[in-house]
Design a protein around this ligand. Structure first.
Ligand SMILES: C[S@@+](CC[C@H](N)C(=O)[O-])C[C@H]1O[C@@H](n2cnc3c(N)ncnc32)[C@H](O)[C@@H]1O
Length: 197
């Protein structure tokens, strides 16, 4: 069966995204907000998977904080940018859908920055189940995406739809917030901490 393209591939947004983060980093801007929240969820030296790592900013920030990080990203151009920007970052050109239980266990899977709304159509539950299957016994998933003002070509994914998908794959919401600084939940952006139901 031919593999469906991800919404990310269809968006053609890769070059803009890569350039935007290269510029932010060059300007000394903060690109580590998601990683700081992830770090607070973890013991020192934890095992972390960055699923859909893009140009590697979150994975690199967690590696720098002493965690054992593996990043996966199917977009070859972004993998190259990650390797150039963060030499030594373990990043593999891989899709979440290709993960198997042998890839784990991880204390935390990070799936932030709209990855969930850029998956290939109809693959959300498969992706969630794949991330669930690589969790350590008390492992968690940190996920976040735009609910409103979604970026070009991203799907609309309502809280109700997302949370129904979580239930269907045996994941539970431990916390829902509106930001990576844990402001109250809102209609613009969703941040969830998940674990096995
Ligand atoms: C807006 S970028 C965010 C990248 C990174 N997480 C960040 O926050 O900087 C969305 C990413 O989702 C990735 N993505 C989409 N579908 C994916 C899949 N099935 N497996 C892994 N990554 C995927 C894209 O390749 C792209 O890098």
């Amino acid at each position: 069966m031919t593999k469906r393209p991800t919404r990310w591939q269809e968006s053609g947004h890769s070059a803009n995204y890569g350039m935007r983060f290269a510029e932010l980093i060059a300007a000394g801007e903060d690109v580590e907000g998601e990683a700081r929240l992830a770090d607070t969820l973890l013991p020192r030296g934890a095992r972390v998977l960055d699923a859909g790592a893009g140009m590697g900013r979150v994975a690199a920030a967690l590696l720098q904080r002493g965690h054992r990080v593996v990043a996966i990203e199917p977009d070859a151009v972004l993998v190259r940018q990650a390797r150039e920007t963060y030499p030594g970052l373990p990043i593999e050109e891989r899709d979440i859908l290709g993960l198997g239980p042998d890839d784990g266990p991880f204390d935390l899977v990070v799936c932030v920055g709209n990855v969930m709304v850029y998956l290939a159509e109809g693959t959300e539950r498969v992706a969630l189940a794949a991330m669930r299957d690589v969790l350590a016994e008390k492992g968690r998933i940190l996920v976040g995406f735009h609910l409103k003002g979604r970026p070009p070509h991203a799907r609309e994914y309502t809280v109700a739809e997302f949370e129904a998908d979580l239930t269907a794959v045996g994941l539970r919401v431990d916390l829902r917030s509106g930001t990576y600084q844990l402001h109250p939940a809102n209609d613009d952006y969703g941040v969830w901490i998940l674990s096995r139901a």
